[in-house]
Ligand binder design. Structure first.
Ligand code: COA
Length: 209
């Protein structure tokens, strides 16, 4: 009797799990179908969402195939501490290639951010192509954000960015480069290299076939 009850509970949990997955995925599909339409987001295929992505597109946004945005705590065992957020300013152009994964990422694009294919973007990473505020204190007092410095970010293919890293304006990261956890990247990184630290520095080469 006990064994039967155990199996009934197992079957019930299994059905509930898959039912939830299907319903939640369907919900996100419908929600982002509308949201991407309103925000004029171009996409090849609807990304996989685990939790809600906050997105505001005032410029141009193109998304590739097979993207994942993890925004809830349990969606990544490393422990995400914020939702994925994507903001594109009126002069901004964001392009994301195929097969990229993001967990609690913060993307703020005021000029241009290009991301290639197969980006493994660790938890809570930030990609900011702008300083957000002008460096001159008079302009800041005047609230004149038109003088804010911004410069494009370019990320190649097969890049791995460690958790909690910040990629700042004007940075290019070459193909297959690796960024250590908690790095602040202020300078461009050539392909096939490992960089880490604050500010990120060369650690070693990463030559692979
Ligand atoms: C960058 C990384 C891949 C390097 O791994 P590794 O090749 O095994 O390198 P080592 O551990 O041998 O370290 C080599 C050197 O780099 C330094 N280093 C490694 N990672 C670093 C980091 N994140 N920040 C600063 N320095 C770092 C080490 O202190 C060491 O310095 P030393 O030669 O002066 O002693 C790894 O440390 C890392 O940060 N992985 C990312 C993990 C992550 O965030 N995953 C995503 C979760 S969602």
């Amino acid at each position: 009797m006990d064994i039967m009850l155990k199996y009934i509970i197992k079957i019930f949990n299994f059905i509930e799990y898959w039912f939830q997955r299907i319903v939640i995925r369907l919900y996100y599909y419908c929600y982002y179908f509308v949201k991407f339409g309103i925000n004029r987001v171009e996409y090849k295929q609807m990304p996989l969402f685990r939790g809600k992505l906050l997105i505001k597109n005032n410029g141009k946004c193109k998304l590739g195939n097979q993207l994942t945005f993890n925004s809830v705590f349990k969606s990544n065992p490393m422990g995400i501490n914020k939702r994925c957020t994507v903001f594109i300013g009126k002069n901004g152009q964001l392009t994301i290639g195929d097969n990229c994964g993001f967990s609690g990422v913060s993307i703020y694009c005021d000029s241009k951010i290009h991301i290639g294919n197969y980006l493994f973007c660790g938890g809570n990473v930030s990609l900011w192509d702008t300083d957000f505020h002008p460096l001159n204190y008079i302009d800041r007092r005047d609230g004149d954000n038109s003088k804010t410095q911004c410069s494009p970010i370019n990320i190649g293919n097969d890049v791995f960015i460690g958790a909690n890293s910040i990629i700042l304006k004007g940075v290019t990261i070459g193909d297959k480069a690796i960024i250590g956890a908690g790095s602040i990247v202020t300078k461009s990184i050539p392909e096939n290299q490992v960089w880490a630290g604050n500010p990120a520095k060369f650690i070693r080469y990463n030559h692979q076939p």
